[in-house]
Ligand binder design. Structure first.
Ligand code: SF4
Length: 226
């Protein structure tokens, strides 16, 4: 059976977080997530309710505020939709995000995107199996001890190209440091203060400067893009 992907939205913007901050990119947001982060800023992506399935045009024209509606695309259909959204833009960076994109088998989608000449970045909580191969950038945003009860898979810790850690309190950093040690992680780490809170930002700056890590400040929220 061909994997079909429930797509919530596809849009051209500037990546605002982590290593690729500032880079023009097409975001493909897949619907569905059961990780349950209380502070999630895309809660409308959580449920996959058949009642909310719409036609692909509705998703492509995107003339409404974020909502929990989605349309199903196969991998080739996502490539077509990206080309439609790009119009005459030369942007070739594609970000697969969610929701939690790892719920779906992302291998066929990666194949199609790479064949079409795109550079692919996947953003994931790491709580589902992700493609175990080279040729794409994995932004692991580990969601530790969340209400959904899912844990971050060891294979995903090891495959990550960067870690983007949401930080609300010191315990969030400590939980990550344990895993970093355990899996001997060497990749760049970006601490991302939750909801631009001042206290969390101070915590991130202090930990990042001490450890030689980065701070990721969701720049898209400051420059008025999504
Ligand atoms: S993993 Fe991402 S989409 Fe899912 S609840 Fe957490 S922040 Fe939201």
């Amino acid at each position: 059976v061909k994997q079909s992907y429930p797509v919530n939205e596809i849009f051209l913007t500037i990546q605002g977080e982590g290593r690729w901050t500032g880079r023009a990119a097409v975001f493909v947001r897949l619907q569905g997530c059961d990780v349950g982060c209380p502070w999630c800023d895309t809660k409308w992506t959580w449920s996959i309710d058949e009642e909310n399935e719409v036609t692909r045009n509705v998703v492509l024209l995107k003339d409404e505020d974020p909502s929990d509606r989605f349309a199903k695309f196969d991998a080739a259909g996502i490539v077509d939709a990206i080309l439609y959204v790009l119009n005459d833009s030369d942007t070739r960076h594609v970000v697969i995000t969610g929701g939690e994109p790892g719920i779906y088998d992302l291998d066929p989608l990666l194949d199609e995107l790479i064949r079409a000449g795109f550079y692919v970045q996947i953003e994931s909580s790491g709580t589902y199996r992700l493609p175990m191969r080279e040729g794409y950038w994995l932004t692991l945003s580990p969601k530790l001890n969340m209400p959904g009860g899912r844990s971050v898979l060891e294979t995903n810790w090891i495959r990550a190209d960067e870690i983007k850690l949401p930080v609300g309190k010191l315990a969030d950093i400590e939980a990550f440091v344990d895993n970093r040690r355990r899996f001997k992680l060497k990749v760049p780490v970006y601490l991302q203060p939750l909801s631009q809170s001042n206290a969390a930002t101070r915590l991130c700056v202090s930990a990042a400067t001490r450890r030689g890590w980065g701070v990721s400040i969701q720049t898209h929220k400051y420059i008025g893009v999504r």
